[in-house]
Design a protein around this ligand. Structure first.
Ligand SMILES: [Zn+2]
Length: 382
């Protein structure tokens, strides 16, 4: 095992120490709260309580500190091992270039802190890193709104999110987003299953006032929701069982709200810093092994923007930015984009035209028996 892997291994074990420290601190808090309660109950107990408190807290904090020491030293050693390992790679594509990009990295850190809702820390960081002006203040205002709406969704209050979506109906529609309708649907179901006798009346009134603008696009869904009224008492055995809302429906509405909110700001739903560091940490052992092999074989990888090995990443980190036509085996481009044909298969535009022999006549899908016209193919954006 090489030195980086060893340090990484130790750090992973260090995670257990961190949990221990958190437990120790929680215990200290409990002791403090108990002491507070004792003193409030009987002020005469103040002196003896404080005396025992001192020794109990000392032990607790000592234990927490001892556990953290190892972890702290581990982080330091890991950083040093990384610096040592990669110190010779000073070309543009590797760590050597990081110094030139410090302002960009600082900005990414600040953006990450804002996205996580750590507004005060973000401000402090920007001041100390000397990048106070690099993130427009309007973005902070937007993120504050994002957080306050997310908070209300966590409290299961839909109104602020519905108002936000209604104001941006055109923009959301242009993105083919279902968010606004999904919010209304959840609100309708909340009214319907509130546990009160007049729930159906409330839900019906809500549906009348809110579903009207969505009738054209979501008629089947609205009919289902109306059908729900009849099955209210035994929804789980009804054809509408899938509409039952639980914690996962709330989480998915929070996720889709966050995605849409960030998309309208032209930002990705996940913090790029989080994605980059997590993917980087997963890829590091592979890169390390690759570097060792290349050194032993005295070879170098010169292709830019391409790796000689595959890095196993979790599915949510895979972005399908390229598409290769399964027929022509060519990568699609802006002038030859991927097209979905009515059966659902995807081909490059040139391939569709070739199949139709350039005449616009009907052609058969190469992958299933369906046939269609070239004009029925729709461009897809990956
Ligand atoms: Zn097909």
């Amino acid at each position: 095992m090489d030195v980086i892997e060893k340090e990484l291994d130790k750090l992973t074990n260090g995670g257990a120490n961190l949990s221990k420290s958190i437990k120790d601190i929680d215990k200290c808090l409990e002791i403090l709260m108990a002491a507070k309660a004792t003193i409030e109950k009987d002020p005469r107990a103040t002196v003896p309580t404080l005396q025992t408190l001192e020794s109990e807290l000392k032990t607790g904090f000592q234990a927490a500190n001892d556990n953290l020491k190892g972890l702290h030293a581990g982080i330091g050693k890991y950083g040093k091992a990384l610096d040592k390992k990669f110190k010779h790679n000073n070309n543009e594509n590797t760590f050597g270039a990081l110094a030139n990009r410090q302002p960009l990295i600082n900005r990414a850190i600040q953006m990450h802190l804002l996205r996580e809702g750590n507004f005060e820390i973000a401000d402090m960081f920007a001041k100390e890193a000397g990048i106070a002006e690099s993130v427009p203040s309007v973005l902070e205002v937007e993120f504050r709104e994002l957080f306050s709406i997310q908070e209300s969704l966590r409290r299961k209050e839909l109104k602020p999110a519905i108002e936000w979506a209604a104001k941006r109906r055109d923009l959301l529609e242009a993105r083919a987003s279902n968010l606004e309708f999904d919010l209304h649907r959840l609100q309708y179901l909340v009214f319907l299953f509130n546990g009160g006798a007049d729930d159906p009346v409330k839900a019906l009134e809500y549906s009348k006032s809110c579903f009207l603008p969505f009738q054209k696009k979501y008629l089947p869904e609205i009919s289902q929701l109306a059908g729900c009224l009849l099955w209210r008492e035994r929804l789980s055995s009804s054809p509408y069982a899938a509409l039952i809302q639980d914690e996962s429906s709330w989480q998915s509405i929070i996720d889709s709200f966050t995605t849409e909110f960030c998309a309208l700001l032209r930002l990705s739903a996940e913090s790029p810093l989080y994605v980059a560091t997590t993917a980087g940490a997963i890829a590091l052992p592979t890169f390390n092994k690759m570097a060792t092999i290349m050194k032993a074989k005295k070879t170098e990888w010169t292709s830019q923007n391409e790796l000689p090995v595959e890095v196993p990443l979790p599915d949510k980190f895979k972005y399908h930015s390229i598409f290769v036509c399964p027929v022509s085996k060519e990568q699609t481009t802006d002038s030859n984009p991927p097209m979905m044909i009515p059966c659902g298969h995807v081909l490059a535009k040139d391939t569709v035209q070739k199949l139709a022999r350039g005449t616009g006549s009907r052609y058969k899908c190469p992958y299933c028996p369906a046939d269609s016209l070239p004009k029925e193919a729709r461009e897809i954006y990956l």
